[in-house]
Design a protein around this ligand. Structure first.
Ligand SMILES: Nc1nc2c(c(=O)[nH]1)N[C@H]1C(S)=C(S)[C@@H](COP(=O)(O)OP(=O)(O)OC[C@H]3O[C@@H](n4cnc5c(=O)[nH]c(N)nc54)[C@H](O)[C@@H]3O)O[C@H]1N2
Ligand SMILES: Nc1nc2c(c(=O)[nH]1)N[C@H]1C(S)=C(S)[C@@H](COP(=O)(O)OP(=O)(O)OC[C@H]3O[C@@H](n4cnc5c(=O)[nH]c(N)nc54)[C@H](O)[C@@H]3O)O[C@H]1N2
Ligand code: SF4
Ligand SMILES: [Mo]
Length: 732
């Protein structure tokens, strides 16, 4: 990066937090401040990739005299380009976190009371295997389910599926990007994937509908955003809140929450009516375009202006501007798109708007990602099963679900139908916060004979476990090899840079030991993970030693845009971009997205919307001493006029009560003109109720807890997050 864009990146990434503060605070954890300053001692550098979120940036850990000192970006790595975001830099704090789990724990009191006794690994895993085998004998292996998120899951999924588990899901699908990927799949025949193949680096116009880049700190994407801002590319932001991205925008459309589909359809209408769309692309690659045009004939700019509560002039000007830059114009498909329960169709709307811009496979638009070929180790396949999957992934419950749906497993656990679910194995997901309706999660847990949680922290879900298995942090373990998709395919290595501080064990080791106890040791036929990884890398013709020192293998570049010689193809039933979807019609859904209104807030209530802070990830970083220092609690954004009307001061503590009577912990008000008056906003992941997370206990409020009212997208099972309303309760 040039100096200027580097500064711009910092300006964006530190809009609300000081990123540089993180690097200098390590010394408070690792020893004396002088040690940080004095360049004495031996420094070792070991590459690995970050797990502070799922962008998976390559970094280089620096040790001084064998002690973890700092974590910086790996210049060879395409996700970091040599720079980490504040959370990645703060990863050092995850290793030193005083609230970490230290040894295996077994519940002694009632479930959820957080009373434990420390046990040996042998005892903990022996207990898990015995309980699992009892469930298998009484109900069948299908009655044990797996919830997983994050890179360490790989070998748990492998061992449990070998044993007979068929129901597994993670919140990254139905609580996150699922509707977007299905919306794209239905339109282009392929999902969006991660990292999103948005050529922001080369774009002339970036449209962000909610996507709050700069707060959403997906590293290389934010770097490219900074470059685009520096090049003075047009930025258009639709967000009820004046986000960091909105502050860089030429057009900010403060839409009424939940009305985005009206805006998207109106932009489509405008482009078609004024002949500003890519007619050559539509003619060559479009399917059902005339029927699409007919379906949106009433979705005029004036109509949308009323629905969205923004001026028609603004909608029109932004629409014309994006069209003027096509094909180097991108409407970002979004990442966490589970907002209102009808999100697949909104995502499909975005996919169609992009098709009108003709940006598929184009420079400055959406490129077509390429991967890297790395040989498999050659592990076993999984046994056939008699019973149907209950996690929805086979499309029986939600016709277009193509991965497991967490809440489908939870529903089956509550109903016991069509067969009971009696055990949950939970790896690296805090279901109490991540899923809607904490009450339903607790109800499901009460039907279980076994709840195992493999965690690094005593999180809320761990608090409900029968057995807690303490994982190492990513800095202390090997994991499966990362094979990534992007402008170039790449592979990255995760390797331990420092020893686990207590009796924590790496995920792969726990999975291997469990396989032994379950009587299926042959499914983990390697001595340790280094042995496994080396086989994969060398079989693929790469040097293991080189990977260990460089951290990354890059694939040869092949064309990713038409400009580079890529021939476009679409894996849909028509072989084209489906403006009209016969697949959706067959299953009883609208062929073209149709706008419907969402319920209004009850009197004295505001719609609760959520997002991210640059220095935290979900509910996983609040106890991290470095990141806690940056932002110890979240705030609730309230429009200044609303606050004045309610007699609430800026920085005053309040509580929030939602429409179902759920009352939050106390949270500070940020009275600001940067948000509409009909909604309030908070960052998700705070307000921890687990007493063992001492650093974060009841600091701020939990958006997850307030998410009791949700809608499920009938197309693929995503559950909404923005369907709750809260009243502001003043402290007595
Ligand atoms: N209300 C509301 N709900 C949401 C969202 C929202 O914005 N608002 N966002 C949604 C989205 S986009 C997503 S992706 C999901 C995220 O949902 P989750 O993946 O459940 O995210 P976290 O809350 O970070 O929970 C991860 C847990 O894993 C633990 N952990 C971290 N690292 C490791 C590790 O290396 N090993 C092990 N074993 N455990 C580890 C952490 O301590 C933490 O308790 O939440 C969704 N739910
Ligand atoms: N720092 C940090 N970065 C992260 C993460 C993290 O935990 N921390 N998590 C990562 C993950 S897993 C994900 S999925 C992404 C999520 O990040 P994104 O996909 O960018 O964002 P969302 O959480 O979907 O949306 C939040 C934004 O939408 C706005 N919004 C709310 N309601 C509406 C509405 O009705 N219409 C419109 N137009 N806007 C609305 C909010 O004001 C906010 O600015 O972030 C990723 N990046
Ligand atoms: S974006 Fe930040 S937290 Fe996420 S992997 Fe990259 S450096 Fe780590
Ligand atoms: Mo997500």
């Amino acid at each position: 990066m040039t100096q200027l864009s580097r500064r711009r990146f910092l300006a964006i990434s530190t809009a609300t937090l000081g990123a540089t503060g993180v690097a200098t605070q390590w010394s408070a954890l690792t020893g004396s401040a002088q040690a940080a300053q004095a360049a004495t001692g031996t420094v070792t550098q070991i590459p690995t990739f970050c797990e502070m979120c799922f962008w998976r940036c390559g970094g280089i850990a620096h040790l001084r005299d064998g002690k973890l000192w700092k974590f910086e970006g790996n210049p060879r790595d395409p996700q970091s380009n040599g720079r980490l975001c504040p959370r990645g830099t703060g990863a050092v704090g995850a290793h030193y976190d005083p609230d970490r789990l230290r040894q295996p724990l077994m519940r002694v009191g009632e479930r959820g009371k957080e009373q434990w006794k420390a046990v040996s690994w042998d005892e903990a895993l022996g207990f898990v295997a015995e309980k699992m085998n009892k469930i298998k004998a009484e109900h069948g292996a299908e009655s044990m389910a797996l919830f997983n998120h994050g890179f360490g899951q790989r070998f748990f999924q492998h061992v449990l599926r070998t044993w007979g588990v068929v129901n597994y899901a993670g919140p990254s699908y139905a609580q996150c990007r699922g509707p977007r990927d299905v919306g794209y799949l239905l339109t282009y025949g392929t999902g969006v994937g991660s990292p999103e193949p948005t050529d922001i680096k080369n774009t002339d116009c970036l449209v962000l509908i909610g996507s709050h880049l700069g707060e959403n700190m997906h590293n290389s994407q934010v770097q490219e955003f900074a470059q685009a801002v520096e090049r003075r590319a047009t930025v258009i932001v639709a967000d009820p809140r004046y986000s960091v991205a909105a502050s860089k925008a030429k057009y900010w459309l403060p839409v009424k929450p939940g009305t985005d589909l009206a805006l998207i359809l109106a932009w489509c209408h405008l482009l078609v009516k004024e002949g500003r769309y890519d007619q050559a692309f539509v003619k060559e690659h479009g399917h059902g375009f005339d029927k699409f045009v007919d379906a949106i004939k009433d979705n005029t700019v004036e109509w949308a202006a009323t629905e969205c509560d923004v001026s028609p002039e603004l909608i029109r000007a932004a629409g014309r501007e994006m069209a003027s830059h096509r094909p180097a114009a991108i409407v970002h498909p979004g990442r966490r798109v589970n907002w209102y329960g009808d999100d697949t169709q909104r995502s499909r709307g975005i996919a169609l708007l992009n098709a009108l811009l003709g940006n598929y496979g184009r420079k400055g638009g959406m490129f077509v990602s390429q991967g890297i070929k790395i040989a498999p180790y050659g592990l076993n396949t999984y046994p056939e099963h008699d019973k149907p999957r209950l996690d929805g992934a086979s499309g029986d419950i939600y016709p277009f679900a193509d991965e497991g749906v967490t809440t489908a497993i939870r529903d089956a656990t509550i109903s016991g139908k069509p067969y009971p679910i009696k055990g949950w194995f939970v790896y690296s997901t805090n279901l109490m916060q991540a899923l809607p309706s904490e009450a339903e999660t607790i109800k499901a847990i009460q039907n279980l004979d076994l709840l195992v949680v493999c965690e690094t922290m005593p999180s809320e879900i761990a608090g409900w476990a029968d057995v807690i298995l303490p994982d190492t942090t990513f800095l202390e373990r090997h994991d499966e090899l990362l094979t990534g998709f992007g402008r170039n395919g790449w592979a990255a290595l995760r390797q331990p840079v420092v020893a686990a501080p207590h009796d924590q064990k790496p995920a792969w080791w726990i999975a291997k030991e469990l396989a032994g106890k379950l009587g299926i040791p042959e499914c983990m036929p390697f001595k340790d993970l280094e042995d496994y990884l080396k086989v994969r890398v060398e079989k693929s013709g790469h040097s293991w030693e080189k990977l260990k020192t460089e951290g990354v293998i890059m694939a040869e570049h092949t064309p990713i845009t038409v400009e580079e010689g890529l021939a476009l193809s679409f894996d849909t039933p028509s072989g084209k971009v489906e403006f009209w979807s016969d697949q959706l019609v067959e299953k009883g859904f609208d062929a073209v997205p149709k706008y419907t209104r969402h319920p209004e807030a009850p009197a004295d209530h505001f719609r609760l919307i959520t997002g991210r802070a640059p220095g935290h990830t979900f509910s996983r970083t609040q106890t991290n001493p470095l990141l806690h220092d940056l932002m110890p609690e979240n705030e609730v954004w309230v429009n200044t006029a609303t606050a004045a009307k309610l007699g609430i001061q800026n920085r005053e503590y309040v509580k929030l009560r939602n429409q179902d009577g759920v009352l939050s912990s106390r949270i500070r008000v940020k009275a600001t003109q940067r948000i509409r008056g009909d909604c309030v906003y908070m960052v998700y992941g705070f307000g921890h109720t687990s007493k063992l997370m001492k650093t974060a206990y009841l600091k701020g409020a939990s958006a997850g807890q307030l998410n009791s009212l949700y809608k499920t997208d009938p197309i693929m099972g995503a559950t909404s997050i923005h369907t709750n309303f809260v009243a502001i309760v003043k402290e007595a």
